[in-house]
Each structure stands twice: as C-alpha cells, then as structure tokens.
Design a protein around this ligand. Sequence first.
Ligand code: FES
Length: 245
Amino acid sequence: MAAPLEIEAVISAGARLAGGQHLVTMVVPEIARAASPGQFAMVRCAEGWDPYLRRALPFLRLEEESISFLFAEDDPALVWLARRPLGERVSVVGPLGRGFDLQPATRRLLLATQTGPVAPLLGLAARALASDLCVSIVLEAAAARNLAAIVPGAVEVIPAPAAGFWEVVAEHLTWADQTAIAASMEDLPRWSGLQTLRPGQVECFVAKRLACGLGWCGSCLADTHRGPRRVCTAGPVFDLRELIG
Ligand code: FES
C-alpha cells in the first residue's frame, strides 16, 4: 500500500448533480496514480483551521492525473468545498485505507448501496469496466435517476424498492462472481442471514465518520469478528464475513 501524501491539489472541475450531490475533480497526479477504488482522502475544507478536522472522501474517479469526489452538501465544510472556483488549491492527504480487492477470476461484478456512499462503488465499476468485466449495480429508483449522469452506460442498473432492497441484492448474489456494497454499520444486520458467504465474495465499504483518517484518534472502531478494528486503517473496505453474524 502506497504511503499517504499531503499535496495541494488544483480544482479542475465541479458540477452539481440532481439530488443535491456535488462532483469535484482535482488535479493531483501523485495521489491519482497511487490510489485504488475504495480508498479515500482527507480533504481540508477551509482556508484556515475552522473546521479543524479534514473531511474523509472516498474516491469516485481515478484518472491518470486527477481524482474526483462525490458528496452531499450536508455539511458546511463540504458546502465550502463545493464552492471552490476552478484553479484554487486544496490540501489533500491520501491515498488512505484499504480499498476493494478485485479478484483476478471475477468476470461478473455486482454492486449495491442503499444508504452508503455510491462513489467508491462507481470507482470500482470504472476499474472493472477497464478490464472488460460485466458490472451491475442495484440502486433505489430515485438514486438511479439522480446518478444517471455519472453511472457509466456500460453498467447495468437494477432498480430496487426501498422496502425489500437487500432481498433484491440477495437474489442477484447467485450469478455474481464478486459483490461490493457500501453500508453503515447500522445497515449490516440486514445481511446477517447470509451465513454461507465464501471469503471475499462480498466486500463492504463501511460508511463511518472519520475524524483523523490516519489511525491516530481511535474514534472509528468497528466491531468485527477479529475484535474492534479501526475503519480508517483496517478498512473502510472489509470482507463482509468479518462484520456480520
Ligand atoms: S478516524 Fe481516527 S483512528 Fe480512525
């Protein structure tokens, strides 16, 4: 895993999407080339020290020279980030954490999120499409509409109702070689019926507020079968079998 770097990234694009989501792209080749889908960066979202804490953002796109983030403007710090003009510099630390492990034998990849961030899953989709894999994503219908501008056309979108969402995902698990989901710890009990998962069959990006993102503060512990583990360093991507049951 590459050592994290602290770099002044240059804002190169920004766009507001349907549903209140914001897309920001920054030129920072050193991080773009070192990062993998599922990892994240800690982004300073202020000119000074208020707010003091950086914001943890998973990568949406990883290009040769640039990185992109997708976030809701539900936090004054992220509103500040969304308002940065093109050309402005923002301090970014990354890449951080453990990303997805796209296995060599995988040909059909299933993605799903209901309440977790879609950005790390779309980052994985881009990486999988570049390797000619078949990719499908399960989304609620409203989310699918809001994300239509950024979900690659080659990705099959499977709409699911809010109630019974995870049952739809479970039906599709049977044909997928590998599945990646994004969920909060509170969502995970929905998966506890899946006791027969094989190792690596389902990986989960755990959505959790990260204060330092560097393993220092201990505020991001998740209960796993290996004991409490820091989401920012042991994750944010875990084998789902570590988290449920
Ligand atoms: S966020 Fe500080 S240890 Fe994980």
